[in-house]
Every structure is written in C-alpha cells, then in structure tokens.
Design a protein around this ligand. Structure first.
Ligand code: GLV
Ligand code: MG
Length: 325
C-alpha cells in the first residue's frame, strides 16, 4: 500500500444509470418511478440542435417539480466544443442546482476541460449560496480522453465516476463496430489446426483494453468506473454478457438506454446472496485467525489472507448499500 491514501468519492449506488432525453418530458415520470439508481437527463446527443433550449427548460422544471425519490440525478451537458455547454451549466445549476447531484461531462479530453467546468460550477454555487457540492461524472469516449484518462480522473475534487462511452469512442478511434457496445466477429483468433485438422474461432472483447484502462484510472483516484451503453435493447442476453464482463473488470454499473435494461443492470451489478454469505464467512474466519495470531488461514480448502478481507468488505458494504436503497 502506498503512503498516499486514496480518497473515495461519495458512496452512491450506481448499478444502473438510465439515459432520458431532455426533449422527451413525457418519459420523465416513468423514469422517476423506475428502479434506476441514477438518471441522467440528456442535453447532448439525444437532443437535436433546435430542441436544446426547450430541453434545458424541461429539465429545469422536472428537477424542481418531479419527485425523484432517492435517485441520484444527473444532467448530461453538451461538450466543451459546442456553444450550448456554457448555458447548460449556467441555467441548470442556477435554476435547479439544489436537486442536481452530478453533472455528466461528455467527450472530456483533458484535465483542463474539467477545470473549466469546475470553475463555472464553483462560481454559480458560491453565488447562489448552495450548501451541497455538485459532483462530476466524465464520459471517456475519445482517443484524447483515453490518453489523458489518469489526469482527468485526478482533475477535480468533484469527480465521482468515469463512464466508458463506447459509441463515441468507436467513432473517435475509427474502430470497426457492428452494434453499440457489442462484439465484432472480426476481433477473434483462429486456433491452430488440431490433429484432425479442425480449427476453432474464439471471439474476443474488442473493448477490453479501453474498459480496463478506464477502470484502473478510476480506482486509482477513488472513482466509480461505469460501463456505457449497449445499443441493442432487444437483446437482453447480449446486454447481460456485456454487463458481466464489465463487472468482472471492476465496473460498478452500466448505462440503460432503455427502461428494460435497468433490471438487467441491477441484477448483474448486485452481489448474489451466495457471494455475500461467502464474504461474511471470510470476514468471520479472518477475525478468528487474527484472534489466534495468524495472518492467513484456509476456508473451504482455499487460502484466504488480508487481501481477502478487503475484497469481502467491499462486497458486504455493497450489499448493505443495496438493502438500504
Ligand atoms: C455515450 O455517450 C457513447 O458515446 O457511447
Ligand atoms: Mg457519446
């Protein structure tokens, strides 16, 4: 362990994050009643240029008037390369900052981008006398953003999470994709022939490097890594497979671009009862080991040590958060 202690972002459940276009107010009530942990009301790519101003008004009204319960509320502002962004920040934070928990910044490319938004939000919060500090969620979705992901992750105390925006990332890196967040059969290996001449094709995950890189930057800075969209909402199995592989790498949640994906994300991103029971047994066994002056013991024929305690504690804490949700 380094001498440097990693400050963790405020603990929030972020298993599912529902995207709702700001230009579709008829969807807001249903979203508020959903089981999503986080909702982001979108001003960016789901909203056409002519609808941006009205979408802003819809979002401000909805944040102030709808009962969103305990949900974490986010607004995805437009990118810093557009002229919409400054008014998104000024209008939404000035007029609805009390109910806004986090701002989602798309296409963030450098630490200076984060600084710029931080400066604006700080001035507005101070001027309005808000007590609560608004957090930041960053979408890592460009080659530049991925190159600078560590600096971005460390750029502000407001930072809470990093999100892998696979659709724009594919566009930015010119990756060959079929569906958003899905697999491509061309990203595969052909095994050498066996004695009988047979060969097999093993599909790989073309997003592995990007997702793993982002997870490391997030965790090294105490932030939540979140996997982004899966475009084919008529393929729940494909969605769950994508969510599971993200969870295996350390992601805490995944976007839902359709309400049907919320339950899938919540299911995959919640520890199972068996996992929680096992974690509790590990903690108990290690407590007994410590009392007996031992640092490592075996449980069910496997070695457990202090690293097992840390993993088990994370799991038990997550289960506690979920049961209190
Ligand atoms: C999300 O914004 C994405 O581009 O995937
Ligand atoms: Mg995007």
């Amino acid at each position: 362990m380094s001498f440097h202690v990693i400050q963790q972002a405020p603990a929030r459940l972020n298993r599912s994050e529902l995207a709702v276009p700001g230009s579709a107010p008829q969807m807001f009530e249903k979203a508020a009643e959903s089981e999503a942990d986080v909702i982001f009301l979108d001003l960016e790519d789901a909203v056409a240029p002519d609808d941006k101003a009205q979408a802003r008004k819809n979002i401000i009204k909805a944040l102030n008037e709808i009962d969103w319960g305990k949900k974490t509320m986010s607004v995805r502002i437009n990118g810093l390369d557009t002229h919409y962004m400054y008014r998104d920040v000024v209008d939404v934070v000035e007029q609805a900052g009390e109910r806004l928990d986090v701002i989602m910044i798309p296409k963030v490319g450098t630490a200076a981008d984060v600084y710029a938004v931080d400066m604006m939000v700080t001035q507005i919060e101070d001027a309005k006398g808000y007590k609560k500090r608004i957090g930041f969620e960053h979408i890592i979705e460009t080659a530049l953003g991925m190159q600078n992901v560590s600096d971005i992750a460390a750029a502000s105390k407001r930072n809470e999470s990093l999100h892998f925006g696979v659709a724009d990332y594919a566009a930015s890196t010119r990756a060959r994709t079929t569906i958003i967040g899905g697999v491509n059969p061309d990203y595969s290996v052909l095994t050498d022939p066996l004695d009988d001449g047979s060969r097999a094709v093993h599909w790989g995950d073309m997003w592995h490097y990007a997702l793993a890189r982002m997870v490391v930057a997030a965790r090294a800075n105490g932030l939540r890594p979140i996997d982004g969209p899966f475009g084919d909402f008529s393929d729940p199995d494909g969605y769950k497979a994508a969510a599971r592989r993200a969870a295996v790498l350390g992601c805490e949640g995944k976007w839902a671009i359709h309400p049907s994906q919320i339950a899938l994300a919540n299911e995959v991103m919640s520890p199972s009862e068996a996992e929680v029971t096992k974690a509790q047994r590990i903690l108990k066994a290690m407590e007994e080991a410590a009392a007996a002056g031992k640092g490592a013991v075996s449980l069910d024929g496997r070695l457990i040590d202090y690293a097992s305690i840390r993993q088990a504690e994370v799991l038990v804490e997550k289960a506690r958060q979920i049961s209190g949700a």
